[in-house]
Design a protein around this ligand. Structure first.
Ligand code: ZN
Length: 178
């Protein structure tokens, strides 16, 4: 259902998704309220993660909840180390209905700030590592399409154009890595 309070999810083609978000310098009540709104949007979608730019907020912030471990927030996150390779059928709330197998590092070490302002380092692999890479990309104006191989991107863009013309309830499209 469409939301009227400015918290609708921005989709592919919206320029806000292509620009880099600004560092969070002030953790205050407004930021806490923002995270609450982000969780609401993410759970309603539903999705595993949501980055600020996806609701038009150009701040380096994302929220996530993977494997029902509960809600988490990360501010100003960076990938410190990455290793390995892992193929995952990746989706994005801003590219609804399209899932594409993308090869990315399997393990990452991410550093950022928690909502209480403390520096945190999180080691992640597989799904959580993928989520971190995907959400941090959003904060840098990078989308799934930018992580695809050239032929795969061409194919995925064509499929997405078709999807956009169909009703939202259409079957999702899954593209394999060939
Ligand atoms: Zn996304």
């Amino acid at each position: 259902m469409a939301q009227s309070n400015g918290t609708e999810i921005r989709t592919f083609g919206d320029p806000v998704l292509k620009s880099a978000a600004a560092e969070v310098t002030n953790i205050d009540g407004k930021l806490v309220t923002l995270t609450e709104m982000m969780f609401k949007v993410m759970y309603e979608a539903p999705g595993l993660g949501l980055a600020g730019p996806q609701i038009g907020v150009q701040k380096q912030i994302f929220v996530y909840d993977v494997d029902d471990e509960g809600p988490h927030v990360l501010l100003n996150p960076v990938i410190v180390e990455s290793s390995g390779e892992w193929v995952y059928d990746e989706g994005c709330l801003s590219i609804p209905g399209l899932y594409v197998e993308i090869l990315r590092p399997k393990n990452v070490l991410v550093r950022g700030l928690s909502l209480d302002g403390n520096t945190v380092e999180i080691e992640a692999d597989e799904l959580l590592a993928r989520l971190f890479q995907h959400e941090i990309d959003h904060l840098n104006g990078v989308l799934m399409f930018d992580r695809m191989l050239p032929d795969q991107r061409k194919n995925a863009l064509a499929e997405y154009r078709l999807l956009e013309q169909k009703p939202q309830s259409s079957e999702p499209i899954h593209l394999r890595l060939t």
